[in-house]
Design a protein around this ligand. Sequence first.
Ligand SMILES: CCC(=O)OC[C@H](C)CC[C@H]1O[C@H]2C[C@H]3[C@@H]4CC=C5C[C@@H](O)CC[C@]5(C)[C@H]4CC[C@]3(C)[C@H]2[C@@H]1C
Length: 434
Amino acid sequence: ASTSTGSQSTSWTSFLKSLATFNGDLYSLTAPPFILAPISLIEYSQYWSEHPELLVAANHLKPAEDAVQDEIDLLTLQRQLAVTKWFIATLRSQYCSRSENLGGEKNPLNPTLGEVFVGKWDSPNDDTKVGETILVSEQVSHHPPMTAYSIINKQNETYLQGYNGIRATISATSINVKQFGHALLEYKDLQESYLITLPPLHIEGLISASPFVELEGTSYIQSSNGYITVIEYSGRGYFSGKKNSFKARIYKDQISTLNKENAIITINGQWSDKSYISRGSTTPHSKNGDELFYDAQALDANHVIVKPLEEQHELESRKIWDKVAEAIKKGEYETIYQQKSLIENNQRDLRKKEQLAGINWETRWFDLKDYEDWIAEDEQSQNPDAFLSLTSLSNLSIHNAPSGSLKSSKYDEGDAKHWRFNLNKWEQESEIKI
Ligand SMILES: CCC(=O)OC[C@H](C)CC[C@H]1O[C@H]2C[C@H]3[C@@H]4CC=C5C[C@@H](O)CC[C@]5(C)[C@H]4CC[C@]3(C)[C@H]2[C@@H]1C
């Protein structure tokens, strides 16, 4: 097929017109092939751990047995900072890696039901304090697309699990995306856990055919020790004027967040570049000599290690999409279409057979927990995980509301079902290896 810019720009303008009749399902849009990413959306779970040393850092901030209260309190605050830094450090990978590697945001391949993606990170250089980190992710739903993941670092007793899905709407010039789901981060040695919500985003640059993600709104990091980090996002043209801007404030508890003057620490800058930190509620800036908090450009991402294709199980993402990914990289549009249809038709046949046999697809390593049940009974006696206590500490909804919705907000109703990793099922797994 001709990949000249001529055809690209005509198909892009016709694609933009198709946005006008958008029905909410991004995958219903026939995006022009050049906007396709040679990677399935399930692979985005790796972006939670491209700096494993930051993910486990809190576990190295443990008070000594004989520590005095001041030391204990200082370390607790330092752990809130460490978890905030890890989270901020994930954003460049999560939201810029396609623009950096593929020349613009792209449309990821739509994972098939049951598609899995597993991998590991070895201990960075010879830093023995980190050890190995593994990633286990599964496409737990196809309509709507939902990815669940678990990232485990045994040496540091660090367990991250989460899931996400999106709902998209179109405005005149941008695609607006609300994220659903959250992440739970548990440091078992410290007996401390964190609830992390996912910020809304929009895709800019559609008109110029070089789309990119900009984050917006607010996201939260609520700790079981009470501390909460409130992160506000903005892009170019907002108050800060710079793209990928954020302001994070750490408070000792949720009630304190009602007045920004109560911030114990304020962090300010760009999540894809440099950010600065200062005590209290004043906004830090490099120009008034405030301390650098994090430089997202300084450290290269530590990419997950995935075993070679020939050792992969048929359900593993890169095995499923290998031919499509190759065709996308070569710009062979007919082959992309042919290979994608093969996979999609095969999936439709499988679903039909299951339906005729009266069987439903069984998820492999994740269970859908209904928190309404837990609320009904005495939640304290059998709290399934930290989610209930963290949502009450942070005043966040337990329902399937857009991530970061507060209790008694307009979305705070309906189902309260959340995907949870089942460690036993993973430990009994005999076919799919890291
Ligand atoms: C079909 C629409 C189309 O082709 O439009 C062209 C543009 C590429 C815009 C639509 C796509 O933009 C992509 C950006 C994707 C998000 C990027 C990062 C994350 C974080 C990760 O942790 C969870 C997934 C999420 C939210 C991605 C979701 C899917 C997005 C919005 C892609 C859009 C289809």
